[in-house]
Design a protein around this ligand. Structure first.
Ligand code: DGL
Length: 241
C-alpha cells in the first residue's frame, strides 16, 4: 500500500502545478493525474454537476488503487469536497483553498486581490475563510475565467496572453492590493505574466506547496509514505470531448 500512487484530478492541466509541488516534496511517491479537459471549464458549472464529475474521477482513481486523492482544483473542492468526504469517510482527501489567510495576515495596505472562478467565490469554504481571517481586510475578487482558457490552450506567454493578464491584474494593483492570491490551480502557470503585470507592487501567493505539505502530513500520520527505495512513476490521463 505504501507504494500505491497518489491520485489527482482537475478540470484540465491546472492541477499539474499541485502534482509537481507534491513530487518535489515527495520524490518517491508515484502519481496518477486526471485532466478532465472534456468538461473544462468547471468555473461556471452548477455545483451538482461538478460534484457528479468529481465522484466519477474519485471512482476511477480508487479503481486504480490510489492511497490518497488531491482535489487539485479550487472549484471542484468548493463544490464537492464535503460530498466526497461524506461518501468515502475513511479515505484521505486533500482539497485546495485560496491562500486568503496569509495574504490578509501579511498585507500592509489592507487590500488583497483574489483571482479565482465564480464557483470558488460562491463556495462555503471561501466565504468562511474570508469571514474568519480577512474581516479587517478589503478583499477584491476577480473572476478570471479567461486565464483558464489560456492555460488549456498552452498560451502562457506572448502579447495576447500578456494583455489578458494585465487587463485583470492592473485594476487590483491600482486599487492598492499588495498581495495577489491565485485561487485557481490554472493560474500559477501564468505566474510570470501575473508578476509582470503586478510591477513588483504585490506578492503573488498560491497554495500548491501548502497542499504538498498537507499530503505529506496525512501520509505520515497513516504510515503510508513510500519508502526511499521506491522508484516513482507518473501517469497522466486526459479526457477528450
Ligand atoms: N483549475 C480550476 C480551479 O482551481 C478551475 C478551472 C476551471 O474553471 O475549470 O478552480
Amino acid at each position: 500500500m505504501n507504494t500505491a500512487p497518489i491520485g489527482f484530478f482537475d478540470s484540465g492541466l491546472g492541477g499539474l502545478c499541485v502534482r509537481d509541488a507534491v513530487t518535489r516534496l515527495l520524490p518517491h511517491e508515484s502519481t496518477i493525474y486526471i485532466a478532465d479537459s472534456a468538461n473544462c471549464p468547471y468555473g461556471n458549472k452548477p455545483e451538482a454537476e461538478i460534484s457528479q464529475l468529481a465522484r466519477q474521477h474519485v471512482e476511477t482513481l480508487l479503481a486504480r488503487g490510489v492511497k490518497l486523492i488531491v482535489v487539485a482544483c479550487n472549484t471542484a473542492t468548493a463544490a464537492a469536497i464535503d460530498d466526497l468526504r461524506a461518501t468515502w469517510p475513511d479515505f484521505p482527501f486533500v482539497g485546495m483553498e485560496p491562500a486568503v489567510k496569509p495574504a490578509a495576515l501579511h498585507s500592509k495596505t489592507g487590500v488583497v486581490g483574489v483571482l479565482a472562478t465564480q464557483g470558488t467565490f460562491h463556495g462555503r469554504l471561501y466565504r468562511e475563510t474570508c469571514a474568519r481571517f480577512a474581516r479587517n481586510t478589503t478583499v477584491l475578487m476577480c473572476v478570471a475565467d479567461d486565464f483558464v482558457q489560456l492555460v488549456e490552450k498552452g498560451e502562457t506567454s506572448g502579447p495576447q496572453a500578456e494583455e489578458i493578464v494585465r487587463h485583470r491584474v492592473a485594476p487590483l494593483i491600482a486599487a492598492g492590493a499588495d498581495h495577489l492570491v491565485l485561487g485557481c490551480t490554472h493560474f500559477p502557470h501564468l505566474r510570470p505574466l501575473i508578476e509582470q503585470a503586478a510591477e513588483g507592487r504585490a506578492v503573488v501567493l498560491d497554495s500548491s506547496d501548502a497542499v504538498a505539505r498537507q499530503v505529506k502530513r496525512l501520509l505520515a500520520a497513516r504510515d503510508l509514505l513510500a519508502p526511499k527505495t521506491a522508484v516513482a512513476t507518473h501517469d497522466f490521463c486526459r479526457t477528450h470531448a
